[in-house]
Design a protein around this ligand. Sequence first.
Ligand code: NIG
Ligand code: FE
Length: 419
Amino acid sequence: MSKKAILHATELATCRTLGPKHGKEMSDVGMITDGAVVMEDGKIVFVGTTGEVKAKYGDFAGYDVIDAKGHAVIPGFVDSHTHFIFGGYRADEFSWRLKGDSYMSIMERGGGIASTMNATRNASKQELKKEGLERMNRMLSYGVTTVEGKSGYGMDKDTELTMLEVMEELDKEHPLDIVRTYLGPHAVPPEYKGRDKEFIDYCLNEVMPLVKERNLAEFADIFTEKGVFGIEDSRYYLQGAKKLGFKLKVHADEMNDLGGSAMAVEEGCTSADHLLMASDESIEKLAKGTTVATLLPATAFSLGAEYARGRKMIDQGCAVAIASDYNPGSCHTCSIPLMIAISCIYMHLSIEEVLNAMTVNGAAAVGRLNTVGSIEVGKKADMVILDKPSIQFLPYCTAMNIVDTVIKNGEEIKIKKEL
Ligand code: NIG
Ligand code: FE
């Protein structure tokens, strides 16, 4: 049995919780000073002050002990929204946008998602896997221990299944855990141009039963947006996906307020994501419902768009999660430090709110609150040891990576190299 203990953490932000944290609950990170955690076989078995832990475990004979004096310890981050498996890059589109082009006009001209679709359809499974693995290493270096990954760059059956298989294999081979989402209706592929509804039927009838049968995804997602899939098509898809046994997510109210986030609440989605344009009424609905409001601030940053109204959402009582949206187009970064900086400085969230948004509420957004997202007895021993003594340094070390060590399933992964 592998036994490990962390002692003397200057700050231990447990983020302990009974459920997703809503509104004011997001200000509480369950802080323990001079904190300690005991782990056995990859699971957390005791959490408390170093004094309490020592009183129970004595001299820790047989334990591998980490002295975390001078370090803050936090739960591993849960990046609950990414598209990290893709072929090709779209650096050219990024340059066009710098010159004034817009994301949607590039998409309308046949670029954007369709361009990555072509590159992904043409990539081999090995290529997708190799690049995916490198991206996972980078995410891990930022302290991410669970990541959600979407299909959606194949749109046809074979490529969609390949993307999900790649994630299934990477999940087994890499320490990071992957939660898989089927995003067939990410755009209308050229072979279905003008036949949106038929494409959704193709997803529901030809692809998703196979995805379900082979247990390749637990969530289904759709890009609900003006010029992509409207509310009626989206509802039809979500209801069909639910019947097939999928949990639901929606890309909602990103560029236009179509009422996608209100629809997400009505259809019982686990999360509604983006929400830049979500109306007051939609925010009210999210606050009263059980759908997690997932904000993707690095996407708004990369697109030069207005940020989602995270402050208002928390003040109204929403459960807010923050994720990267790592993808080849609208947001080609998985930088946790960048997201923390934007969330604190421009969305006016406190560091406590941001930490809960990127751990427990991220876990809630991927249906994993029972196993990850906080430092609590019975959960996976997924933690991050910072190279600074306080969580206050997370936004203060602006957009810099202050992860020293990642603990994944109780195993130590050293990140900070001595310079
Ligand atoms: O979440 N908005 C739709 N989907 C992705 C972008 C995908 C892409 O541009 O390749 C998003 O931003
Ligand atoms: Fe996305």
